[in-house]
Write a protein that binds this ligand. Structure first.
Ligand code: F1P
Length: 289
């Protein structure tokens, strides 16, 4: 399933843009103080959105792992991202918050407990997935939220079409250690790319805010490494990586489309290693404790 779901992302993002043009009660209004929560992939999308919303001047926005959200802090709204709508930490948090703050869930499945656990719900059932590893639901959520912030998603969709069709960056599939870097909203995307590599291909993968990479992690980089930059790079970093023998990867695409390429790399490496990316070891489609 995962290959189909990856290839479907441009069409799903288009539907998200159309949906964002309609009234969607529960999505944050400008000026609201918002916390966005999720687990795993959904946490990284929460982080990307939080940085974008603050950057767009729409109000203070924090992102938390649902298990670590500070329940006592005052927000106008808590937005919970959960493809499955069944993740225990999400449901427990929404239960604790009930009656103290407005809550919104963005989910893929309208038949799940999150539908009644949150005050408002946005359902992206057209982007729901059969795979354990999340790809299109996560990026479609982000496309919806970007469109709701009135950011340009049309060029991201054009780049996404390229990302599903183009060759992978030359040489990257020959490397065995992967480091993903981002700045601002792309820090979350870098984390998500590294998670895809771990989940689907069992690769050794790390992620950092780009400038943090020079504060230690670059020590492990060598000719086995690929260093993948989401968005513009800090000055001089590319040269520093090349000096280590590491392969520098910086697709000339919208960062969310660059994430599609990273998803494809994960699936390509899984296939090369004889792994089945639809059913990764030790993982389930949602974590129910
Ligand atoms: C969150 C999640 C997935 C992960 C794994 C376990 O699920 O952490 O991101 O890939 O399958 O669950 P959800 O709350 O978004 O359904």
């Amino acid at each position: 399933h995962v290959e189909t779901e990856i290839a479907d992302q441009p069409a799903c993002w288009q539907r998200a843009v159309e949906l964002a043009a309609t009234p969607l009660p529960g999505l944050p209004e400008p000026g609201e103080r918002v916390a966005v929560v999720g687990c795993g992939t959904s946490l990284f999308i929460a982080q990307a959105y939080a940085a974008l919303r603050e950057g767009a001047g729409q109000g203070e926005t924090d992102a938390f792992a649902a298990s670590e959200a500070p329940v006592g802090r005052r927000y106008d709204r808590v937005v919970a991202l959960s493809r499955s709508g069944t993740t225990t930490e999400i449901l427990e948090l929404l239960g604790e918050l009930r009656g103290t703050v407005r809550t919104t869930a963005i989910t893929g499945d309208p038949t799940t407990p999150v539908m009644t656990a949150a005050d408002d719900v946005v359902v992206l059932d057209f982007a729901d997935e059969r795979s354990v590893v999340q790809t299109r639901f996560a990026t479609t959520t982000l496309a919806l939220l970007r469109a709701h912030l009135k950011l340009d998603v049309a060029s991201a969709i054009a780049d996404a079409r390229r990302a599903v069709a183009e060759e992978l960056p030359p040489g990257v599939a020959d490397r065995t250690q992967f480091t993903f870097l981002g700045t601002g909203w792309t820090v979350g995307l870098a984390s998500e790319a590294a998670l895809k590599m771990r989940e689907a291909s069992l690769s050794w993968a790390e992620s950092y805010p780009a400038k943090e990479y020079r504060h230690g992690p670059i020590a492990i980089t060598d000719e086995r490494s690929a260093v993948w930059m989401f968005g513009p790079a800090p000055e001089g970093l590319e040269e520093q990586v090349r000096e280590t023998g590491g392969l520098w990867v910086q697709p000339d695409l919208d960062p969310a489309a660059s994430l599609i390429l990273a998803q494809r790399l994960a699936v390509t490496l899984a296939a090369a290693r004889g792994l089945e990316p639809d059913t990764p070891r030790h993982l389930t489609r949602s974590v129910i404790l």
